[in-house]
Design a protein around this ligand. Structure first.
Ligand code: GDP
Length: 304
């Protein structure tokens, strides 16, 4: 039994006889294995198609000799291609020359934005930053409270309106765009060097939500817009990512719920169709379940 994709790919060359260049017939089984593995990892179909044709092009004509094992060469081609699509190197946060660095979060409801806000705040604090969280998800009353709880756990202050409480504060701050703008001003005044703005999502892509997110983006002119996407989203990754890319022109991706069964195919789908890098991964419900994303490690995870 061969378990890992690398082993299965290598095995497809087991019966290769003779020498010379690899032909279509030689790599037929290999291509089938790659296609199946990517589909199993939930990579979107059009992305699989383009990936496979690229690998095929590079594998055809490979010189087979005693010294060079074609299986290992193809595994390397697949690995390199995965790393390249995933962005090559780890993409670091774009920090503002004149603080505060403004980071806006966007994504569907339930994607994991509010959780990520707390995780990112805690992580940045541990790196010596002094973040402020801003609660602009006024769609879901619980979102503000949830962010306040996460802020408390992370030891990071939260700038938030009080939805439903009648006060002059509430009147001014009922509009998420105003909250976002005031939150960034607050960060500047109180000398926080990073401000993380949580925004509202909907269950599906929705014109009104996207307009609100786009308005927030224009109002605060963020240095980073992080698109949070559930790793379990499967084939919907492409459409959702394209809609957010057009709507808010995000600068980086956070893959959430990578602790589940998902093998990370969504990472490949999103980076392939948008060209934007995955920067972080969220791997559980507690604030420490957070990782800087490494394209090479994800490639290994897919090849495993
Ligand atoms: P939002 O609507 O985008 O703000 O999503 P939330 O942050 O409220 O997350 C939705 C649900 O997913 C909550 O129950 C979170 O606890 C859960 N969640 C968020 N991130 C992760 C993760 O990385 N792993 C797991 N297992 N659950 C997560």
């Amino acid at each position: 039994m061969f378990n890992s994709l690398s082993d299965r790919l290598t095995a497809t060359f087991k019966n290769l006889r003779g020498k010379g260049r690899l032909t279509e017939a030689d790599i037929d089984g290999t291509v089938r294995e790659i296609r199946r593995a990517l589909l199993d990892a939930d990579v979107a179909v059009p992305v699989v198609r383009s990936f496979v044709s690229h690998v095929k092009e590079r594998a055809l004509g490979l010189e087979v000799s005693q010294a060079l094992n074609p299986g290992q060469q193809v595994v390397k081609i697949v690995n390199d291609q995965l790393v390249e699509i995933l962005g090559g190197q780890t993409r670091r946060l774009n920090l503002a020359k004149n603080p505060p660095t403004v980071i806006m979060l966007a994504g569907l409801q339930g994607a994991g934005k509010t959780t990520l806000a707390g995780k990112l705040a805690k992580y940045l604090k541990s790196e010596g930053h002094t973040p402020l969280l801003v609660a602009c998800d006024l769609q879901r009353p619980n979102a503000v409270k949830q962010l306040q709880i996460n802020g408390e756990r992370a030891g990071v202050p939260v700038y938030a309106p009080h939805p439903g409480v009648s006060s002059e504060f509430d009147e001014v701050t009922g509009d998420p765009v105003v909250v976002a703008r005031n939150g960034v001003s607050e960060a500047r005044q109180k000398q926080h060097d990073v401000v993380i703005v949580d925004t509202a999502g909907r269950l599906g892509v929705d014109a009104e939500m996207m307009e609100q997110a786009a308005n927030i983006r224009s109002a605060i002119n963020p240095h980073e817009v992080l698109f949070v996407i559930d790793a379990m989203i499967g084939q919907d990754a492409v459409n959702t990512a394209q809609a957010f890319n057009e709507g808010v022109d995000f600068t980086g991706v956070v893959l959430s719920k990578l602790d589940g069964d998902a093998r990370g195919g969504a990472a490949l789908s999103v980076t392939h169709v948008t060209g934007k890098p995955v920067m972080y991964a969220s791997t559980g419900e507690t604030l420490d379940d957070f990782e800087v994303f490494h394209p090479d490690r994800m490639a290994s995870r897919i090849l495993e």
